[in-house]
Design a binder for this molecule. Structure first.
Ligand code: G1P
Length: 291
């Protein structure tokens, strides 16, 4: 029987060194794409896919992420008194229902595999979604919704993939698939950050996963991989010897907001689409480019 995907894990413990000094006191996940924090965009994607419980793996100095997903009583009260009904409704809409968000801390920066393992008790014995908040997926009905549709058809484990230029394959997890042009294809090989010229394909792991809970047993071994970190990809390779893994090709736009260029591009792209900002911003950009 195919179990429903109810829970999503968001690893938000990273230090954000690439964005210093902005991230000295503010978690990188709280930097804004237009007027929503990066992490809110990713939670929006999970909600749109029908996720019911949100599991955040946080770390020291990440407390404001928890505050962001809680009620802000004084703010709500002030907005109500000032008749700002629209703003109040928008805040209420974004708030996860009571009891549907969990927070646990990754106590040491030991790698993505370790961060995911920290969610094992909260996830329990059921398949779950994993979304890396740095990577924004934009377009279609949403990346995770597309993956859940593929999961409901095929079961097993799923990884979102998209092509990258050959000179960038060493920066990502790369998968080899049976049919690179198919929307959903079985994965036959995976490698984390392959040295230049050795990648099995140009399909990179984009940061969206559906995983069976057996992954936790493999992560529990805590074996170190690329960069001396406990890598999720290594445990997925081990799991793929026992269970099926599918690649779901995402054809929308992907922004790596952990890089400055990706962050800036996402801000421009998301703002250009907004009726209240797009036309004016377009004018501003044209003016700047004419200089
Ligand atoms: C992680 C994963 C990698 C994936 C990438 C997507 O790497 O280990 O497989 O391609 O996220 O952003 P990181 O970016 O944490 O180095």
């Amino acid at each position: 029987m195919i179990k429903k995907i109810r829970k999503a894990v968001f690893p938000v413990a990273g230090l954000g060194t690439r964005f210093l000094p902005a991230t000295k006191a503010i978690p990188k996940e709280m930097l804004t794409i237009v007027d929503r924090p990066v992490v809110q965009h990713v939670v929006d994607e999970a909600r749109a896919a029908g996720i019911e419980h949100f599991v955040f793996v946080t770390g020291r100095n990440k407390g404001v992420i928890e505050d962001h997903f809680d009620i802000a009583y004084e703010l709500d009260d002030t907005l109500a008194k000032r008749g700002k009904t629209k703003e109040l409704e928008a805040l209420k809409h974004d708030l996860p229902a009571a009891g549907t968000a969990s927070f646990t801390r990754q106590q040491a920066p030991l790698g993505l595999g370790h961060a995911v393992w920290c969610a094992r008790d909260i996830v329990g014995d059921e398949p779950f979604a994993l979304l890396l908040p740095d990577m924004l997926h934009h377009g279609g009905k949403g990346c995770l919704a597309e993956m859940i549709a593929a999961y409901e058809e095929h079961g097993g484990n799923h990884i979102a993939v998209a092509p990258v230029p050959d000179d960038q394959t060493h920066q990502y997890g790369i998968v080899g698939v049976a049919d690179a042009r198919a929307k959903v294809s079985q994965i036959h090989s995976m490698v984390e950050k392959p040295p230049k010229g050795t990648a099995p394909s140009n399909l990179h792991i984009t940061g969206r996963y559906i995983l069976q809970p057996t992954i936790f047993d493999l992560l529990a071994r805590q074996e170190k991989g690329a960069g001396g970190e406990i890598q999720l990809t290594d445990s997925m390779i081990a799991l793929s010897r026992q269970e099926k893994f599918f690649a779901v090709r995402f054809d929308g736009d992907i922004y790596d907001t952990g890089s400055k260029i990706g962050f800036l591009a996402a801000n421009i792209a998301y703002a250009l689409e907004r009726g209240d900002l797009g036309p004016q911003l377009r004018g501003e950009i044209e003016r700047l480019l004419e200089r």
